[in-house]
Write a protein that binds this ligand. Structure first.
Ligand code: 0A1
Ligand code: ZN
Length: 855
């Protein structure tokens, strides 16, 4: 893994078409835990679209080459660390067959890319560049081939992409008729059981559905299966897309770097996003399972049938597929709640990324390690760009454009230019300025000014885009702002319309109004921007009570709370404004509102949000003070609600647990009320009672979180551990709740102690993230002024890096905000960043991330 010289970046502008194409791939695997043999027979030919007479280059890493032939004749080749080259003179200028046999070691593969072992099971992860760890191959997404796979081994279940074609004792054969890039290849073998069902497509074809899990987990697949069937139906209805094989399989694996992977016909999932039962999974887990199942399924068209030409185009499949899964979840649940959740995530992760050293465009122009670019910007901002496009052209034109996209590009490896051209052709609109969303990094700031004169209301907007790494100067973007005007009584006097900003400064006039209106701007968060609007508390309170757009109504309350917290930080004696407390109480009391929406509205801003708001106010905030301010506001809010206990009791969800949105919404509101009530109970009696009586994991975790956060968790934690010691995914929660919620006074010490436990299986990415990743999200604990948190965190990154570079680099991103802290903390973090960066043999992944953070 070690690279002593800095690896040079790959650049978008250097793209050239592949010199040789592969039409068909035949793979034979002779499985062995430490010495698997892979024979690859590739039907190849020179690419007519490339310069002729080039050398034949194969990617390949950690492969023991046994033999190689071209058209049956042995060829002498000298593999290097990254692949091997056959000189042009030895390569036919007509179709030919390449065959190579290699030996690989799945057990030694702790990086979890290529073929690896997870609890005795063979599995693969090939995106982005894992296939080159399986055999020599032009491992790039614009080389698409059909795959025929033979697996030999003693595992009871042996799977690959496509349809099963034959099987016997100790072997199985598969064929995938759809040409695909190598990153979509998959193989799974092991002792697995399946939960089976079927789906009939709208054209009447029957598709077998199978979810494979380890024996004992088959009772936890029903929800994932249901979500899969709903996703299949939804894609037919919303996008006209039908599934295209006779079999669709999902496999749950315990060791996985990411959430899941859309391999053709054989999705591989982090078990966390498949397995659910009421007593082991929370409402939030169910929701994530639904959206990730949908996401991977939707990739079958947006990603697999139409793929990316190169990895710079990653957002072509990811932005679009995230957008589609968000639409799906909104349709299944509540659009308003879904939008608020998505925006919370966008701001917490993507805005933060865009504001720091790791900022990059939705379509990056260079990378060192592509695995480092599966980011919130590519995924979440990529999805926002699609949402804006849909808003600009309207839903009908959007659907027409998508139909054209599927018709024109099915079976191809495409670019963002292809995507934009489809929209231009379908709508006649020029989208060249809009395309800047793919190229310019950073979050636009939009400042609004209002004037009211002679019955004319004018909104003047000015947009700026701050400099980001590699991009000192920016051009104005197209920013669609859904806007309505409200009367002083709260009626919509000007109905919602999209104001389209295209210039640095721009005004919109509204005439014929009898009184000065209150504007509601960027409704539904129609554009991912930071809106700067002069607001006083009266305006905030008004919008919280009256905005007819649920998103902006929620936003007004949140913004109000942030403003109040900033004042409390400035002046520790400042008492929270009564109008805020009253406004939140009124939302709670409004029975016409969805409980889940009320739960969201009653939630206080996160410490990170308060930190950012205080910085915009010119402060250099201290995480410990933020924590105190949040606790004080929470207590004040609890005191302001006279009937907390009665409300809590009235919200009881009758009957056995069901994960449906309405029940989950009630539990969310109950959980929120319980948290408030706990502020008024020194012994957390109600949380204790709930912990003892809960019959589902949602309520168990609500109670446990409160006990841990108030420093009274010892007994409950012991009980929980005893009950769930053998359930890995539940044990992860036990670690995570302590790492993220333990008060700062002893957080680093506790995390160090937990890390020393025998069941802290740190090589498992879920477990590592549950303790070390979750700790970095405990703002006051991680950023404790003595630097103990930083030291501990760096120790663990250094330990994990040689084992699993990809997960290390991801978790290391927690340091991206380091320059926003006070000088003391900056110096402490810098020491740790340098220590990591000086580590001998540090992986390319972590070197790139830490290097960019330090720049
Ligand atoms: N394409 C998958 C996520 C994924 C990405 C990278 C991976 O390894 C580097 C693994 C999975 C998705 O969007 O769900
Ligand atoms: Zn995806």
């Amino acid at each position: 893994m070690r690279t002593d010289t800095a690896p040079s970046p790959i650049r978008l502008r250097d793209y050239t078409p592949p010199a040789y194409l592969v039409d068909a791939v035949h793979l034979t695997f002779r499985l062995n835990q430490t010495a698997t043999r892979v024979v690859a027979r590739l039907s190849m030919r020179p690419n007519p679209a490339a310069e002729p007479g080039q050398d034949l280059r194969f990617d390949g890493e950690k492969l023991g080459l046994i033999r190689a032939t071209i058209d049956g004749q042995p060829v002498q080749v000298n593999p290097d660390d990254t692949g091997l080259t056959v000189p042009a003179a030895l390569v036919p200028d007509a179709p030919f067959t390449w065959e190579a046999e290699v030996e690989i070691d799945p057990t030694g593969n702790t990086a979890l890319e290529g073929l690896y072992m997870s609890k005795g099971m063979y599995c693969t992860q090939c995106e982005a560049e894992g296939f080159r760890k399986i055999t020599y191959f032009p491992d790039r997404p614009d080389v698409m081939a059909t795959y025929t796979v033979r697996i030999e081994g003693d595992a009871p279940v042996m799977l690959s992409n496509g349809n099963p074609t034959a099987r016997g004792d100790g072997w199985a054969e598969w064929h995938d008729p759809w040409p695909k890039p190598s990153y979509l290849f998959a193989l799974v073998a092991g002792n697995l059981v399946s939960h089976d069902d079927s789906f009939t497509t709208r054209s009447g074809r029957k598709v077998d559905l199978k979810i494979y899990v380890r024996p004992g987990d088959e009772g936890k697949c029903a929800y994932a299966m249901d979500a899969l069937k709903r996703s299949m139906r939804w894609d037919e209805e919303a996008y006209g897309r039908e599934y295209d094989l006779d079999l669709f399989m999902i496999v749950a694996v315990d060791d996985f770097n990411m959430g899941a992977m859309e391999n053709k016909g054989l999705n591989i999932f982090n078990a966390k996003y498949v397995l659910a039962s009421p007593d082991t999974a929370t409402d939030q887990d169910y929701e994530r399972i639904e959206s990730i199942i949908a996401h991977e399924y939707f990739h079958n068209w947006t990603g697999n049938r139409i793929t990316c030409r190169d990895w710079f185009q990653l957002c072509l499949k990811e932005g679009l597929t995230v957008y589609r899964d968000q639409q799906f979840s909104g349709d299944q649940r509540s659009h308003a709640v879904k939008r608020i959740d998505d925006v919370l995530m966008l701001r917490a992760r993507q805005f933060r990324e865009d504001a720091g050293p790791l900022a990059h465009p939705v379509r990056p122009v260079e990378y060192v390690e592509i695995n480092n670019f599966y980011t919130a910007t590519v995924y979440e901002k990529g999805a926002e760009v699609i949402g804006m496009l849909r808003r600009l052209v309207g839903p009908e034109a959007y659907r027409r454009a998508l139909d054209l996209y599927f018709e024109r590009h099915d079976g191809q490896a495409c670019t963002i230019e292809d995507w934009i051209a489809v929209f231009e052709d379908a709508t006649g609109r020029n989208l060249s300025q809009f395309s800047l969303w793919y190229a310019q990094s950073g979050t636009p700031r939009v400042r609004v000014q209002e004037t009211w004169k002679d019955g004319v209301f004018t909104l003047t907007f000015s947009q700026t885009l701050p400099p980001t790494p590699g991009q000192p100067d920016k051009e104005p973007m197209v920013i669609p702002l859904a806007t309505a005007l409200l009367s002083p009584e709260g009626a919509e006097v000007v109905a919602e319309q999209v104001l389209e900003l295209t210039q640095a400064r721009q005004s919109f006039r509204f005439e014929g109004l009898s009184a000065r209106p209150v504007p509601s701007i960027n409704r539904g968060f129609s554009a991912p921007v930071i809106l700067e609007q002069d607001m006083d508390d009266a305006r905030r309170g008004f919008l919280l009570a009256h905005d007819t757009d649920p998103f902006n109504r929620w936003e007004a309350g949140r913004e109000f709370a942030r403003a109040v917290l900033v004042r409390m930080l400035k002046d520790p004696a400042h008492a929270p404004e009564e109008t805020l407390l009253e406004g939140l109480h009124a939302v709670l009391a409004d029975e016409t509102l969805d409980p889940e929406f009320r739960a969201l509205a009653l939630r206080l801003p996160t410490a990170e949000e308060v930190f950012d708001a205080a910085r915009r106010d010119g402060q250099t905030p201290d995480p410990a003070m933020i924590r105190q301010a949040l606790l004080r506001l929470e207590t004040a809010l609890a005191r302001r609600i006279p009937d907390l206990r009665a409300r809590l009791d009235a919200l009881a969800v009758p009957g056995p647990y069901s994960p449906d949105a309405a029940s989950a919404g009630k539990r969310a509101l109950r959980g929120r009320l319980l948290a408030l009530l706990t502020r008024l109970e020194p012994d957390a009696a109600t949380a204790r009672e709930l912990f003892a009586s809960a019959d589902n994991m949602t309520e168990t975790m609500q109670a446990l979180s409160l006990l841990v956060a108030t420093g009274q968790g010892a007994q409950a934690l012991a009980r929980f551990h005893e009950r769930w010691a053998s359930e890995g995914l539940v044990l992860d929660k036990w670690y995570a709740v302590q790492a993220s919620l333990t008060p700062p006074e002893n957080a680093p010490e506790l995390v160090a102690e937990l890390a020393g436990r025998a069941d802290f299986e740190w090589k498992n990415p879920n477990r590592f993230r549950s303790l070390i990743g979750a700790f970095a999200a405990n703002m006051a604990g991680f950023h404790r002024a003595d630097g103990a948190g930083y030291r501990l965190f760096a120790d663990w990154l250094i330990r994990l890096d040689p084992v699993n570079p990809q997960t290390t680099a991801r978790v290391a991103g927690a340091f991206e905000t380091w320059r926003q802290f006070d000088a003391g903390r900056q110096a402490l973090i810098l020491t740790q960043l340098q220590r990591i960066s000086d580590t001998k043999g540090l992986s390319k992944d972590t070197t790139e991330i830490v290097g960019r953070i330090l720049e």
